[in-house]
Design a protein around this ligand. Structure first.
Ligand SMILES: Nc1nc2c(c(=O)[nH]1)N(C=O)[C@@H](CNc1ccc(C(=O)N[C@@H](CCC(=O)O)C(=O)O)cc1)CN2
Ligand SMILES: Nc1nc2c(ncn2[C@@H]2O[C@H](COP(=O)(O)OP(=O)(O)OP(=O)(O)O)[C@@H](O)[C@H]2O)c(=O)[nH]1
Ligand SMILES: [Mg+2]
Length: 432
């Protein structure tokens, strides 16, 4: 196993730069660099020197011997003075001492390999680093802390026990095993399937919290869609003009709604287009609308909605505004009167969008299934539990239970065949 190092902080001009090391040679590398090994798990100030004893930095050094470290291997941290020259000098010395630069994610990959965390916790670590809102960070921290890992671990243990009973039933059919065994497996499988299914339903907003919401602004040309985008995000993101058909490309801008990140997409006005460029813009607008989590339909106070917007409003979750309220005129039923020019009604619109977002991504405080992979693995597990329930032969039922366990194992990257055998003999004390 190589000994790896990487800058753990952003490169460039900074107060401090943290260099991280991990792998079997960490102790010897650190002893060379710092003169001797400092006491473990304690911040020590040391002069770092290169292989010709030339001083590189006056640093704070942490020696973190495994297996308690983040990676589970001998590790160290060097808190250096920031800046490229010091960092590059220390990097060169580390290479000279036999370490190599780490690949992206390699520390966490090692943590998974060494059983310090499971795959879902590693995903949580990545999500935590990428989180842009408080809700995202909370969800990621729960995942990184093993929230899903321990849930799945519990399910896997129950499943392993059920499989162990099933295996024993097959192997010792001739012997006297309690007649209730089969019924116990049946009810156990049903209960487990119910709990997994419930989790799939209740965690229904986690992916949206992680990925953010897609909101598409749609409406007739000149309705003021681009003006509204600019007003909502507080900058001139899209071109506004009095001419109908100004916007052709989709203009995206980020917005945070009640802790949820959202992308607001301004689109071309919907109409029978004058030229092929505009026609392509309209096609893209409709496509974006069909895929959006929320459609922000922009009508104009005195005008009635165009048919394309009406059709989309019927299909997608929708917030309808009647723009140019400053000009007066009747407001269509159910629409919020707003003015992109005076700012009238924008607070109300924001509140409506937040309410809609909260509906789509309820932050229940316990959502963990934040990736399609999580859902897919649990759906596979459920399908196999269904097979087990339907199986007429004990062998087929055991096969299905084993497949269900594999699906959970794929989720965490953990469960192996060894576990199952251990459980069989531990639970039944058969003796040979
Ligand atoms: N400086 C620093 N800050 C950091 C990290 C880090 O690695 N270094 N982390 C990394 O992502 C996060 C915290 N996660 C951590 C995970 C494990 C250990 C750890 O195992 N430390 C000691 C054991 C401490 C103990 O006595 O319990 C060790 O390595 O021996 C430390 C931090 C965020 N902040
Ligand atoms: N009085 C008034 N004028 C507005 C309002 N919102 C937009 N306008 C004007 O309406 C015209 C069209 O605005 P845009 O934002 O470009 O309209 P759009 O819907 O993006 O138009 P296309 O991109 O062509 O589809 C511009 O002259 C704006 O200044 C409003 O609330 N009140
Ligand atoms: Mg526009």
């Amino acid at each position: 196993m190589d000994t790896i190092f990487a800058l753990a902080t952003v490169p460039g001009r900074s107060a401090i730069a943290v260099m991280r090391l991990s792998g079997p040679a960490t102790g010897t590398v650190l002893a060379h660099l710092a003169g001797a090994l400092p006491p473990p798990r304690r911040a020590s100030r040391r002069t770092l020197r290169d292989t010709s004893a030339e001083p590189l930095d006056d640093a704070l050094v942490l020696w973190l011997p495994g297996p308690a470290s983040y990676t589970g291997e001998d590790s160290a941290e060097l808190h250096l003075h920031g800046g490229t020259a010091v960092v590059e000098g220390v990097g060169a010395a580390l290479v000279a001492l036999g370490a190599r630069p780490a690949e992206a994610g390699e520390f966490t990959r090692r943590a998974v390999l060494n059983g310090r965390m499971d795959l879902t916790a590693a995903e949580g670590v990545i999500d935590l680093i990428e989180a842009e809102t408080a809700a995202q960070a909370r969800q990621a921290l729960r995942l990184a802390g093993g929230g899903l890992a321990s849930l799945v671990q519990g399910w896997a243990e129950r499943l392993t026990a059920l499989l162990a009973r099933q295996e024993a039933l097959i192997e010792f059919e001739e012997e006297d095993l309690p007649g209730s065994l089969d019924a116990a497996i049946e009810s156990g499988v049903t209960e487990l399937a119910e709990q997994i299914a419930i989790r799939l339903v209740t965690d229904n907003g986690a992916e949206r919290i992680r990925d953010g919401l897609d909101i598409a602004i749609l409406g007739a040309p000149n309705a003021g869609k681009s003006s509204l985008l600019n007003a909502l995000v507080g900058r001139e993101a899209a071109i506004v003009s009095a001419r109908a058909g100004t916007t052709r490309d989709i203009v995206e801008s980020r917005l945070i709604l009640a802790g949820l990140p959202a992308v607001l997409a301004d689109t071309a006005g919907l109409r029978e287009a004058g030229d092929e460029i505009e026609a392509e813009g309209v096609r893209r607008a409709l496509h974006r609308g069909e895929a959006a989590d929320i459609v922000l339909a922009v009508l104009v106070c005195e005008a009635s909605p165009d048919p394309a917007t009406l059709a989309l409003m019927a299909r997608r979750p929708c917030v309808v505004v009647a723009n140019k309220a400053d000009l007066g005129g009747p407001v269509p039923d159910g629409a919020i009167p707003v003015s992109a020019v005076t700012g009238q009604g924008l607070g109300l619109l924001r509140a409506r969008l937040q309410a809609e977002a909260a509906l789509l991504a309820p932050s229940t405080g316990a959502a963990l299934l934040s990736r399609p992979r999580h859902r897919a693995a649990l759906r596979d597990t459920l399908a196999q539990l269904g097979e087990a329930q339907a199986a007429l032969l004990p062998e087929l039922r055991a096969d299905a239970l084993r497949e269900a366990l594999r699906a959970l194992g794929r989720l965490t990257g953990r469960v192996g065949a060894e576990d199952i055998l251990d459980r069989i003999f531990a639970e039944f004390c058969i003796g040979k």
